[in-house]
Write a protein that binds this ligand. Structure first.
Ligand SMILES: [Zn+2]
Length: 159
């Protein structure tokens, strides 16, 4: 069992974070932004960047190669809609998408690119530094903005 503190300050424990989010054993901060029988979309529970979305599969799989053709198409459609919605609510103009097969449960990171990231190379090269900066500069006002963004995205998805 893994234990950590989420970005809302709650202690969370999980065996596989992806499976526990899929099974509603671990509710992501602010709740589910989008959910169907194949995937969920939610705020990353551990990284305090506003609008930092995780698209996770419900099935415990490792690779995009483990999906059917139809599932890949559906995931791409929802990924597209997520990025569209992030832009529609004025969150960002660009995103950085990351999928690591080294992770045990398939997920896609969708990171909004913000002006405060200008001092970094806004690519996978500097992602750990961007995350460290966000953790060091996390405060109540960022938390408020983060939760408001989740609500805006939920509303946009319902349209
Ligand atoms: Zn899993």
């Amino acid at each position: 069992m893994n234990k950590t503190i989420d970005i809302l300050g709650n202690e969370i424990s999980f065996d596989c974070m992806g499976c526990d989010i899929a099974d509603h054993k671990l509710i992501p901060p602010g709740g589910y932004i989008y959910e169907d029988d194949l995937i969920t979309i939610a705020q990353d529970p551990e990284i305090p960047i506003v609008g930092f979305m995780i698209l996770g599969t419900k099935k415990h799989i490792k690779s995009i190669n483990d999906l059917s053709n139809e599932e890949r198409h559906r995931i791409m459609d929802v990924l597209n809609l997520t990025i569209e919605n992030m832009k529609k609510i004025g969150l960002c103009k660009e995103v950085l998408i990351i999928q690591e097969e080294s992770s045990s449960h398939f997920h896609i990171w969708i990171l909004p690119v913000f002006p405060w990231m200008d001092k970094y190379d806004k690519s996978v090269r500097d992602i750990q530094e961007i995350i460290s900066y966000a953790k060091d500069n996390y405060n109540e006002s960022v938390k408020k903005e983060l939760l408001e963004t989740i609500d805006k995205l939920k509303t946009e998805f319902r349209k």
